[in-house]
Each structure stands twice: as structure tokens, then as C-alpha cells.
Design a protein around this ligand. Structure first.
Ligand code: SF4
Length: 230
């Protein structure tokens, strides 16, 4: 576990603005150069930050019951499980998700879409799937896993959120949408501050709308900047 925090709001995608709490899990199977949470996985300084984080300082092992109780104490209707790549640990995630649903919480899981979901979890949550494009720097064979993406595409409620910089990125999105039959497509500008987000959104907005896709900003960046734990 990297972080548990709340109450806050979901900053991205279909639930943007909803009150929620976050559980951020450690570890990732990709290494995107512009990753905004390198402290969950980058122990060698591969990402743009160049910082080699120390897993002994960044991650903790916590019983799921404690995670559940901390999340429930925020008294919010929605829990967002993020990372890193949370489905790296989906076997251990299942009892947490089950208990949160039993206590009346909505649960969203944010994933890079490279690991097919456990059917037990898939029945209980909604997925925000964020396949990575070429500008992430990850090889295509690692960032696009056909059977996993098809599994998410077959689930009702899945949303596909693409971090984009330019109109050329939208062509890459279009190819994936066509190949995997993706519905509920969301285009999100890349940026770690409001100026960068505004500029990126201005480049993308008209083309994204004309292609029939949704847009999202990054509300937490606008409200709090590039801070952890909000
Ligand atoms: S998949 Fe997400 S958490 Fe993993 S490196 Fe890429 S942006 Fe970071």
C-alpha cells in the first residue's frame, strides 16, 4: 500500500467531482516516462522525475481489514482503488472490494488495462481503464494486451481514459477503439499544472468532440496542484 486518503473528490473521468476516498496500491507492470505516481513503483529513477524512490519508505503491508476500516471512516459514498497498477494484487484486493460493496460503497478501480480482471472483482466494481499510448515510452507489447483489453471492453460500465498530448495521439486512440470495440472513451490532457492542462485541452478538445468522445480534465491538479494525498 502506498497511500490511503480522503475525503476528496475523483479528479478524472466519468465520476469527476464525486466525493470519494482513495486507496493507492504500490507496484506497476509498466514504466511510463511521464507517470505522476512514480513513488509507487520507480525504484531506479526510470521516469521523467529521475528520482529513485525507496520502497521501504514508500510502501507498507497492511491487513485488508485495516485498509477497509480506514476507508470507511472517511464516510464517503465512493472508494477509488488506484496505483501503480492495482490489479497486480487483485487476489488480495477481492476481500477489500467485497467488504466495501457490502457496506454500500461504490468502488472504481483505475487500471492500465494490461491485466485481465478477476471475474469476482469485475462483478462488484466499475473500471476506469487507461491504456497507454506510444508517448508513454513503454513498448507496445507491454502496454497493449489484447485479451485484457477485450475483457474490459466486454464489461458493462468500463470507461476508457486516454492521456493525450496532440491530435496524432487521437489517431492512436481511434485505432484501439476500432480494434477492441471500446465504448465510453474519455480523452484527458497530460499535465502536472493548470497551464499545461489548459494548453493540452485547447489542442485536443474540438477534435475529440468531433470524433464522438468525452473529455475530462484533472480536477485535483487544478484545485491542489501536483500534491500527494489529495
Ligand atoms: S501505468 Fe500508471 S502507474 Fe504505471 S507507470 Fe504508467 S502512469 Fe504510472
Amino acid at each position: 500500500m502506498s497511500e490511503i486518503f480522503g475525503p476528496t473528490v475523483q479528479g478524472e473521468g466519468p465520476s469527476l467531482g464525486r466525493r470519494c476516498a482513495f486507496a493507492r496500491l504500490g507496484g506497476c507492470n509498466l514504466s511510463c516516462r511521464w507517470c505522476d505516481t512514480p513513488y509507487t513503483w520507480d525504484w531506479t529513477g526510470q521516469a521523467n522525475s529521475g528520482i529513485a524512490y525507496d520502497p521501504r519508505k514508500e510502501l507498507r503491508t497492511i491487513p485488508y481489514t485495516e485498509v477497509r476500516d480506514q476507508l470507511a471512516a472517511f464516510d464517503v459514498p465512493l472508494v477509488v482503488v488506484s496505483g501503480g497498477e492495482p490489479l497486480n494484487q487483485q487476489g488480495r484486493l477481492y476481500p477489500l472490494v467485497r467488504d466495501l460493496r457490502d457496506s454500500g460503497h461504490d468502488v472504481e478501480i483505475e487500471t492500465n488495462g494490461t491485466i485481465a480482471p478477476d471475474p469476482r472483482i469485475a462483478k462488484l466494481v466499475r473500471f476506469n481503464v487507461s491504456p497507454k499510448l506510444a508517448h508513454s515510452g513503454d513498448p507496445k507489447s507491454r502496454r497493449i494486451v489484447g485479451n485484457a483489453l477485450s475483457a474490459f471492453a466486454a464489461l458493462p460500465g468500463s470507461a476508457f481514459k486516454f492521456v493525450c498530448r496532440s491530435e496524432a495521439d487521437l489517431d492512436e486512440v481511434a485505432a484501439l477503439v476500432h480494434e477492441y470495440g471500446l465504448d465510453s472513451v474519455w480523452i484527458m490532457p497530460e499535465g502536472q499544472n493548470q497551464t499545461a492542462l489548459d494548453q493540452s485541452l485547447a489542442r485536443l478538445r474540438d477534435a475529440a468532440i468531433s470524433r464522438g468522445w468525452n473529455l475530462t480534465t484533472r480536477l485535483h491538479i487544478i484545485m491542489w496542484g501536483d500534491r500527494r494525498g489529495v
